[in-house]
Design a protein around this ligand. Structure first.
Ligand code: ADP
Length: 424
């Protein structure tokens, strides 16, 4: 099958979120973790190919280089349209990497303009007058202001993007989007004539996303969150670029024990951890203890638990605790200790026969999948908007992974996930 859309995502949970929304169409979606090696065949590519990178916070040059290798591989699938996926809360450092990667892709594809639309109304992320809202709060007043790696202290996407790119940044606001695809097209063209290469596009509801997708379905490059991408498959079917789905593929869930691993400190994850911790065995990881003594005690704790029993290991902590650990150890060291410990514990759990993993945190999910040696995921049933179960093979054994980014899912997400697999 020829790939119709090649996608690059800046982290793992972002990639699974995108894959889940594309998979709602019933069309085959394949998610590859990291840039496939040069000799990895593109012959079995799916209609939608998603490559998950781990480049949200890496140095700009490194991130751009990785994304350009991902792009080169995706071109081999025959894709002529591409999607650059970042978080619906526009998580990025001051220098990038959202803008630099978009500019690299624009150069590669020879396009003079692209759009930026991280809105995900179903999950409470909307953009109005270029300002990003999380629920009813501005991004800068939402819990994202305290994110351990990418604290978001401004809500204006125009202001956030401008320092990341060389070209001019502009806005297509809600008044235009609400008038539909033709009006938006005209606005984009007018902006392009003014030399605006990067356009933030407002969206507050799915109707807006449909207008945006209709306007940009034939753009070689669209950038944004999963929700706008989720509107594209239907248009591609209408345009005859891909045949409608025959039967929805769905893998049977693997048998084996279960574990929840959480390295996310986001507000919703903190509630999920408190909720699940009150009804399962749980162990808290402290970065300072990990620095002093390693993860041996946690591995010993895991060995004492029955593989089948509900259990939770978490580093999830309140912003003040995170700050304290970062002040003592340095931001990178604190993160790295936690990610490494959770990754090692995931491997230990696999060795103990655990086959169902729920992982909270984008960076954390990246570390866990890497440690398990997972390179390709099949997309399964959706647990919450943008969070599917995924299935993979590790050392010849089938495992199930739910990879959840910080603020996704409701309070009962961990049990929701495991119950859904039970019912599948
Ligand atoms: P999210 O999806 O919520 O952003 P991530 O896993 O992407 O979650 O990022 C959370 C980061 O915070 C990870 O790098 C993780 O290792 C780090 N972290 C987790 N717990 C702590 C803690 N107690 N102190 C300091 N850093 C932590």
């Amino acid at each position: 099958m020829r790939t119709v859309l090649g996608c690059i995502a800046d982290d793992f949970t972002g990639a699974t979120d995108l894959a889940a929304l594309l998979a709602r169409s019933g069309l085959p979606v394949s998610l590859r973790i990291g840039v496939p090696s040069e000799d990895e065949s593109a012959a079995d590519a799916a209609a939608f190919e998603v490559i998950a990178l781990k480049c949200r916070t890496t140095p700009v040059a490194e991130a751009v280089e990785e994304a350009s290798r991902a792009f080169a591989w995706l071109k081999r699938t025959g894709a002529v349209r591409f999607f650059w996926k970042y978080c619906s809360t526009f998580d990025s450092t001051a220098e990038g990497n959202i803008g630099p990667i978009a500019e690299m892709l624009m150069t590669e594809l020879g396009v003079r303009q692209t759009i930026y639309c991280p809105a995900f109304p179903e999950n409470g992320r909307s953009i109005f007058m270029g300002h990003l809202f999380v629920g009813e709060d501005l991004l800068s007043e939402s819990p994202m202001k305290d994110h351990p790696l990418t604290p978001m202290r401004d809500s204006s996407l125009v202001r956030l993007l401008a320092p990341q790119v060389g070209g001019k940044v502009g806005l297509a606001n809600r008044h235009v989007v609400a008038r539909g695809a033709e009006a938006l097209k005209a606005r984009l063209e007018a902006l392009a004539d003014d030399g605006v290469r990067h356009v933030i596009v407002d969206a507050v509801c799915d109707e807006d996303l449909r207008a945006i997708a209709a306007t940009t379905a034939d753009f070689p490059l669209v950038t944004g969150g999963s929700a706008v991408a989720g509107q594209l498959p239907r248009l591609y079917i209408e345009q005859g670029m891909v045949l409608p789905p025959s039967a929805r593929r769905s893998g049977s869930p693997p048998q084996g024990g279960q574990i929840v691993l959480s390295g996310s400190c986001s507000a919703m994850t903190r509630r999920q951890v408190a909720h699940y911790g009150s009804q399962s065995a749980s162990l808290r990881l402290d970065p300072l203890t990990l620095a002093a003594e390693g993860a041996g005690a946690a591995e010993a704790w895991l060995r004492q638990q029955s593989p089948d029993a509900p259990k939770l290991i978490f580093a999830t902590a309140e912003p003040d605790d995170v700050k304290r650990a970062q002040e003592k150890l340095g931001l990178e060291k604190a993160s790295q200790l936690v990610e490494q410990a959770l990754a090692d514990l995931a491997r230990a759990a696999f060795r103990r026969g655990i086959r169902r993993f729920v992982v909270a945190g984008g960076e954390t999910s990246g570390a866990v999948t890497k440690a398990l040696g997972v390179t390709r995921l099949e997309i399964g049933p959706e647990i919450a908007p943008g969070v599917p179960w995924t299935f993979a093979e590790v050392e010849g054994e089938r495992i199930a992974l739910a990879l959840k980014s910080g603020n996704f899912g409701r309070e009962t997400f961990f049990e929701d996930a495991l119950n859904l697999l039970e019912a599948a």
